[in-house]
Design a protein around this ligand. Structure first.
Ligand code: NAD
Length: 497
C-alpha cells in the first residue's frame, strides 16, 4: 500500500506523523493508498521551512520570479494528462472533466507569469514642493492554503501561483481524500527551479488545519471548502491576527424564463447539475422554472438525466463518475429519500444504481425532483451530489426574491432571450458570480472568483487582481531630497504639514 508523505523544504518526509487516512478509489470502493496526517510539529516544520525560504525568496527579482512561473507553466502544460489521471483516480471524476480543471488551474499560473506588470506601483511627482509620493506592494510572508476535495488541482492553483509570484512562500494543506496531485505539483515546482521551502505540502485533517490557523508565523490563510468550516477558519485565523479569505459552500440557482430556448437550457443545466456528479461549488443544484417554462423544461431535463452514462472516471465512455466516498453516497441517497417523503415529485431516481463490474464503487445516479418547496432539506442544504431540484415561480421578480432569500450567494444563472430580463436579474441578484445563458459562470483567471453571503467570509475574492491584493500589502512613501546648493531654507514649522 502506497503511503503519501508530506513535502517540506524541497523533499518528501514522514515527519512525526503516525496517523493515516484512507485514500479510496471511488470507482471500485478499494482503499488504494494511505496518506499521513500531520501533527502540529509537522506543520511547524513546514512553516519554519517556508519562513526561512521567505528571507531570500522575497529578494528574488521580479523577472526571475516570472521566469520560474513560466517554467512551471510549461511543466504543468506538459503534465496535464498525468495530473488529470491522478485526479480521476482519487476523486472519481471523468478524465475529460479532470483535464478541464487542470487547464483552468493552469490559467491562473499563466496570469501569475505577468507578475511584473501586476505589481507595478504608483508614483506622483511634486505632491508638494520638491516632494514625491509613491506606493508599492510587498509580500506578507508565509501564506497557507487549505483546500477541498472536489478540485484537487484547480483550487490550490487559485492560491499558490499568486502567493508565490507576489514573493510569499506557501504551505498547502490539500484535502486528505485526494492528496496525490499536490505532490506532483510540488515536484514540478522543484523542476521549474523554485527554491526549496517556497512551496510545501502538509497532509492532514483538523489537527493540521488548526496548527496552521494558530501558527504565529503564518501571515495569511486562503481557505476553500464547506460553509461551516469556512466560517470557523475565518473566525479562528482572524482572531489570531491573520489576513483570511474563506470561500464556502453553495446552492446555485438557475432561473429559466419561458422565453428561453428550452433545449439549450436543458442541455446546459444537465451538464451543470450532474457534471462531476454534482460535486462542484458552481454546480447548478436548484432550477427555478418561471411560468410556462415549467413542465416543458422538466420533461427535457428528465430525458437528458436518464441518458447520462455513469461509470468509472477513467473509462472514456463515462460521462459521470462516482462520488467521493461511501458516506457521501449514503448522504445523497438520504436526501432523495427525504425529498420524496416531503412531497416532492421524484421524476428521475438515481438511488440503487449499480455499474456493471463496479459493484462496490461509490455510485449514485442522477436524480431530478420537481415541485420542491423552499422548506424541504433537498432545497435548504447543499447536497453536493447529482441531485437537481426544480422549484416553480410565477414571475422573474418572484424568482429573484427566491434566489436572494437563500443564504448562499456563490453563483447563479439566468436562461432567457430577453436582454431586459437579464439586465434586471444581474442588477438585483445578491450573488457574486452571474451567468447569462451560461450555467457555470466561473470567472477567468484575470478576473477574481468569489461568492457573497455565506459563500465567502472575508472581503477579498480569489486570484485575478484581488488575489494580488490579498497576498500583498501596500507601502506608501513620501520623499524629499533637500539640497543646500539650490538655496533651500530649513526652518522649523510646528503646524501639520
Ligand atoms: P470541507 O469543508 O469538508 O473540507 C475543506 C478543507 O477543510 C479540507 O482540507 C479539510 O481537511 C478541512 N477540514 C474539514 N473539516 C475540518 C474541521 N472540522 N476543522 C478544520 N479543517 C477541516 O469541504 P470538502 O467536503 O472537502 O469540499 C466540498 C465543499 O467545498 C463544498 O461545500 C463546496 O461547495 C465547497 N467548495 C467551495 C468552493 C468555492 O469556491 N466557494 C470551491 C470548491 C469547493
Amino acid at each position: 500500500m502506497t503511503t503519501i508523505e508530506h513535502w517540506i523544504g524541497g523533499g518528501t518526509t514522514a515527519g512525526a506523523s503516525t496517523r493515516r487516512g484512507a485514500v479510496w478509489d471511488p470507482a471500485t470502493g478499494r482503499r488504494q493508498a494511505e496518506v499521513l496526517l500531520a501533527e502540529p510539529s509537522d506543520v511547524d516544520a513546514a512553516v519554519r521551512s517556508a519562513a526561512k525560504a521567505f528571507e531570500s525568496w522575497r529578494e528574488v527579482s521580479l523577472s526571475r520570479r516570472a521566469r520560474i512561473m513560466f517554467a512551471f507553466r510549461e511543466l504543468v502544460h506538459r503534465n496535464v494528462d498525468r495530473l488529470a489521471r491522478i485526479v480521476s483516480e482519487e476523486h472519481g471524476k471523468v478524465l475529460s472533466d479532470a483535464k478541464g480543471e487542470v487547464v483552468r488551474g493552469l490559467e491562473v499560473v499563466e496570469f501569475a507569469c505577468g507578475i511584473p506588470q501586476l505589481l507595478k506601483g504608483e508614483f506622483s511627482e511634486q505632491v508638494s514642493t520638491d516632494v514625491d509620493a509613491y506606493a508599492f506592494r510587498q509580500p506578507l510572508g508565509v501564506c497557507a492554503g487549505i483546500t477541498p476535495f472536489n478540485f484537487p488541482v484547480m483550487v490550490p492553483m487559485w492560491m499558490h501561483p499568486m502567493a508565490i509570484a507576489t514573493g510569499n512562500t506557501f504551505v498547502l494543506k490539500p484535502s486528505e481524500r485526494d492528496p496525490s496531485a499536490s505532490m506532483l505539483v510540488a515536484e514540478l515546482y522543484a523542476e521549474a527551479g523554485l527554491p526549496d521551502g517556497v512551496f510545501n505540502v502538509v497532509h492532514g485533517d483538523k489537527t493540521a488545519v488548526d496548527a496552521l490557523l494558530d501558527h504565529e508565523d503564518v501571515a495569511a490563510v486562503s481557505f476553500v471548502g464547506s460553509t461551516p468550516i469556512a466560517r470557523y477558519v475565518h473566525g479562528r485565523a482572524s482572531a489570531s491576527g491573520k489576513r483570511v479569505q474563506a470561500l464556502g459552500g453553495a446552492k446555485n440557482h438557475a432561473v429559466v424564463l419561458p422565453d428561453a430556448d428550452l433545449d439549450f437550457a436543458a442541455d446546459h443545466l444537465t451538464a451543470a447539475g450532474y457534471g462531476s456528479a454534482g460535486q462542484r461549488c458552481m454546480a447548478i443544484s436548484a432550477v427555478v422554472a418561471v411560468g410556462a417554462a415549467g413542465d416543458a423544461l422538466v420533461e427535457r431535463l428528465r430525458d437528458r438525466a436518464r441518458a447520462i452514462r455513469v461509470g468509472a472516471g477513467t473509462d472514456p465512455d463515462s460521462e459521470m463518475g462516482p462520488v467521493i466516498t461511501a458516506d457521501a453516497r449514503d448522504r445523497i441517497v438520504g436526501y432523495v429519500d427525504r425529498g420524496e417523503r416531503a412531497g416532492a415529485d421524484l421524476v428521475v431516481d438515481g438511488r440503487g444504481l449499480t455499474v456493471p463490474g463496479h459493484a462496490d464503487g461509490f455510485f449514485v445516479g442522477p436524480s431530478l425532483l420537481d415541485h420542491v418547496g423552499t422548506g424541504m432539506d433537498v432545497y435548504t442544504d447543499e447536497i453536493f451530489g447529482p441531485v437537481l431540484v426544480v422549484l416553480r415561480a410565477g414571475s422573474l421578480d418572484e424568482a429573484i426574491d427566491l434566489v436572494n432569500a437563500n443564504p448562499y450567494g456563490n453563483g447563479t444563472a439566468i436562461f432567457t432571450s430577453s436582454g431586459h430580463a437579464a439586465q434586471r436579474f444581474q442588477r438585483r441578484v445578491t450573488v457574486g458570480m452571474v451567468g447569462i445563458n451560461v450555467p457555470i459562470p466561473v470567472p477567468m483567471a484575470f478576473y477574481s472568483f468569489g461568492g457573497w453571503k455565506d459563500s465567502l467570509f472575508g472581503d477579498t475574492h480569489i486570484h485575478g487582481a484581488e488575489g494580488v491584493r490579498f497576498y500583498t500589502r501596500a507601502k506608501a512613501v513620501t520623499s524629499r531630497w533637500p539640497d543646500a546648493a539650490y538655496g533651500e531654507h530649513h526652518r522649523t514649522h510646528l503646524h501639520f504639514p
